[in-house]
Design a protein around this ligand. Structure first.
Ligand SMILES: CC(C)=CCC/C(C)=C/CC/C(C)=C/CC/C(C)=C/COP(=O)(O)OP(=O)(O)O
Length: 418
């Protein structure tokens, strides 16, 4: 667990002060959300029961954290905060960088001074190579990036390639040899490239990108932390733990991408809410990935489903290894799919706040990935032996829909200001 991700707060402190949750406060071991919509949304995403306030209907609700005893930190008056809050702090930091940039140079989102003329040829080759890798592994997304400005497009490729390489460390052909030390080395390479000392040409492309855009290093570190999590654990006690994993391996991609994709100059939404939507897309994608791959993961001895929710549904790892679709399983899957869809819905609201040219690839990937959930339903929830996939015809059909939606002006009701 990276140190930077472990924050502790005094149990009675107002979270609105330390985390910027305009509408949430902590009371002892419970999170209290005082906003009606936030309360409803978060309580179902986090699968916890809202409790009515003493006097008002929805004015205050308590989110009960059953594993609170495991969250108690070293001293009696301090408790570790939930994953959602830890992640939210990264969102706040990244949003603050963007706000600062908007204040200092509202019309300029790239710093052109940093390109060194002598290195331009090499850099351009490095970016081209990133483009080739992106085209090979993420065709649809690559096509979408072609709509972006050349600077943004190549920066997105550089980020994509770094994420892919990071993922390959634990999922690629050499994964069985990977050790925590190798991940530590990968992290020090990351620190170096952020300091302008790239190790190879692909790192050089990212080094240039992070010099040009206000991309914070923390999501990159957190992604490496996600790989460490994969090395050390194969079970997730509850959604709080799973949420942190999903943030590390996928939500981080959303946070890294927004500074490059850019927020529309006419957007009225706060940068925090746009980053929050980007985070939601990463989480939604990863939850979908997990639900699609239940059987495949089980064959590798892994269960990425919250253990407490499985138990509440009367299920256990044994049922997953047995791979039988029962009514209990269907009910359980329905609730998991519902939660994933809520994250997609939240993400969708943020897409229209992005720069116009960045919307289409994001919409396309959102629609395509969300359809995997429909396919799991169409397979009668058999994600043990059937891989849910979106066929070519549906993929092609999604592209113009995504394109049309990306042209629709922002909704009159902007994302919540935080
Ligand atoms: C919504 C707003 C405001 C911005 C968008 C911000 C972005 C680009 C978010 C995207 C996040 C993202 C792409 C996360 C990766 C998630 C994921 C599970 C990828 C799966 O990758 P693979 O493992 O290669 O997938 P397959 O197994 O399906 O091939």
């Amino acid at each position: 667990m990276s140190v930077a991700l472990l924050w502790v707060v005094s149990p009675n402190s107002q979270l609105s002060n330390c985390f910027g949750f305009a509408d949430s406060v902590r009371d002892g071991s419970r999170l209290i959300y005082s906003s009606r919509s936030v309360c409803r949304e978060r309580s179902s995403m986090f699968n916890c029961r809202p409790k009515k306030g003493r006097n008002q209907k929805w004015n205050a609700c308590a989110i009960h954290v059953p594993e609170i005893s495991s969250m108690v930190a070293s001293t009696a008056d301090e408790i570790a905060v939930s994953s959602e809050e830890k992640v939210y702090n990264v969102v706040l930091k990244q949003a603050a960088l963007i706000k600062e940039q908007l204040r200092s140079s509202p019309d300029l989102d790239v710093n052109p001074d940093l390109a060194l003329p002598g290195n331009l040829g090499l850099l351009s080759d490095a970016y081209d190579r990133c483009g080739e890798v992106c085209a090979e592994y993420a065709k649809t997304f690559y096509l979408g990036t072609l709509l972006m400005t050349p600077e943004r497009r190549r920066a997105i490729w550089a980020i994509y390639v770094w994420c892919r390489r990071t993922d390959e460390l634990v999922d690629g052909p050499n994964a069985s040899h990977i050790t925590p030390t190798a991940l530590d080395r990968w992290e020090s390479r990351l620190e170096d490239l952020f300091r302008g000392r790239p190790f190879d040409m692909l790192d050089a492309a990212l080094s240039d990108t992070v010099a040009n855009y206000r991309v914070d290093i923390q999501p990159f570190r957190d992604m490496i932390e996600g790989m460490r999590m994969d090395l050390r654990k194969s079970r997730y006690k509850n959604f709080d733990e799973l949420y942190l994993y999903c943030y590390n391996v996928a939500g981080t991609v959303g946070l890294m991408s927004v500074p490059v994709m850019g927020i529309a100059p006419e957007s009225k939404a706060s940068p925090v809410s746009v980053f929050d939507a980007a985070l939601a897309l990463g989480i939604a994608n990863q939850l979908t990935n997990i639900l699609r791959d239940v059987g495949e993961d089980a064959r590798r001895g892994r269960v990425y489903l919250p253990q407490d929710e499985l138990a509440q549904a009367g299920l256990s790892d044994d049922d997953i290894f047995a791979g039988k679709v029962t009514d209990k399983w269907r009910r359980f899957m329905k609730s998991q799919i519902k939660r994933a869809r809520m994250f997609f819905d939240k993400a969708e609201k943020g897409v229209t706040e992005l720069n116009a040219a960045s919307r289409w690839p994001v919409y396309a990937s959102l629609l395509l990935y969300r359809q995997i959930l429909d396919e799991i339903e169409a397979n009668d929830y058999n994600n043990f032996t059937k891989r849910a996939y979106v066929n070519k015809a549906k993929k092609i059909a999604a592209l113009p829909i995504a394109y049309a939606r990306s042209l629709i002006p922002r909704s009159k009701k902007p994302l919540t200001k935080v």
